[in-house]
Design a protein around this ligand. Structure first.
Ligand code: KG4
Ligand code: ZN
Length: 320
């Protein structure tokens, strides 16, 4: 069994996954409420909380799997990209576990992890495919030809899609992180009520700063009562513009790169409208969209692990 650890942002996560890609346990301790009062993730607070949570979360994952460290044959951990202090907590814990047990350690790229959420049972996807990866930190179009990696075919030139959702949610008074709350509010609104811009950049890139500014201006001209009445319409129209941008570019990318299959992963893949707009796509299961340890353990199956003591030299990296 593979023990996968993920601490790149504000989720402390550990999972137990078999070599065949069966999830035995997937425990995620979200720190979202801890950071909500600050309107975003505070890196230093995240690191400290990871430190408190990482051992209990690993223990809970093993318990849930009905396993002990004796059953673990490989430790996997996210080494980047992410918050450097947060990553170092997971990496240090993983090194200690692997060293103490004489086990190999696999260093996993967080984005590869999101893609590998598609390789888990019961419905593992086989490459090749075009993958839209949309999270709070990234919006990427990935050309996936094999399990071991990907090639970046498009990216955002400014905000990530999840970031746009979060900033929009904040403007609508929905708290942090507001993507899921905006999604719920949008269900009661009219997506055609406001005409928000969909950026169409050359090549396969995205831009979400314009739509965010457009929402800001739309909110500004409304008085408090009017804003309250139109909140759902604003949310629905804003979501429509973001989803339209994602879907358009994804379809164009698939065609350009000759892929007849599309997959969507990452936190934003949980969005109701995005899921409905790509009915033909392979969508990461809801519980595997946001950060988790199972996707990291899954990716580790396609990474060359390091034996002790070689892995002690591994370091975390903030940006890809
Ligand atoms: O993948 P993830 O957990 O963390 C990163 O690697 O960034 O993604 C988190 C992002 C946040 O921006 C969150 O607001 C967004 O995913 N998100 C959503 C939904 N659920 C989570 N955005 C839109 N609709 C949702 N239902
Ligand atoms: Zn992520």
């Amino acid at each position: 069994m593979i023990l996968g650890l993920e601490t790149s942002c504000d989720e402390t996560a550990a999972a137990v996954v078999t070599r065949e890609g069966e999830i035995r346990a997937n425990v995620v301790a979200s720190q979202a409420t801890l950071h909500a009062q600050f309107g975003g993730v505070v890196p230093e607070i995240a690191s400290r909380r990871h430190l408190e949570l990482v051992t209990p979360v690993v223990r809970e994952a093993l318990d849930e799997a009905g396993a002990s460290l004796d059953d673990v044959e490989l430790v996997a951990v996210t080494t980047g990209p992410g918050l450097i202090g947060a990553l170092l907590v997971g990496l240090s814990a993983a090194k200690a576990l692997a060293w103490g047990r004489g086990l190999p350690l696999a260093s996993v790229d967080h984005l590869h992890g999101h893609v590998a959420s598609l390789y888990l049972r019961p419905q593992p996807l086989e490459p090749p495919f075009l993958c839209l990866l949309a999270t709070g930190g990234h919006t990427l179009l990935l050309d996936v030809r094999d399990h071991a990696g990907y090639r970046v075919a498009g990216t955002t030139v400014d905000d990530a899609a999840g970031e746009a959702f979060d900033k929009g949610a904040r403007l609508l008074g929905l708290g942090y992180p507001g993507g899921a709350a905006l999604d719920r509010l949008a269900a009661d609104g009219d997506p055609e009520a406001f005409d928000f811009p969909v950026a169409r950049l050359p090549e396969l890139d995205f831009s979400f700063s314009g739509v965010k500014t457009a929402l800001l201006y739309a909110v500004r001209v409304l008085d408090a009562g009017e804003l309250e009445r139109r909140r759902a319409d604003l949310a629905a129209s804003y979501q429509r513009a973001i989803v339209r941008a994602l879907v358009e570019r994804t379809r164009i990318a698939a065609e350009q790169l000759g892929h007849d299959r599309i997959a969507v992963v990452g936190g934003v893949a949980a969005n109701t409208e995005l899921r409905a707009s790509l009915p033909e796509a392979a969508l990461a299961p809801l519980e595997l969209c946001t950060d988790n340890g199972a996707m990291i353990a899954s990716a580790a199956r396609y990474v060359t692990a390091l034996d002790p003591p070689a892995f002690l030299d591994l370091d975390a990296y903030a940006a890809a």
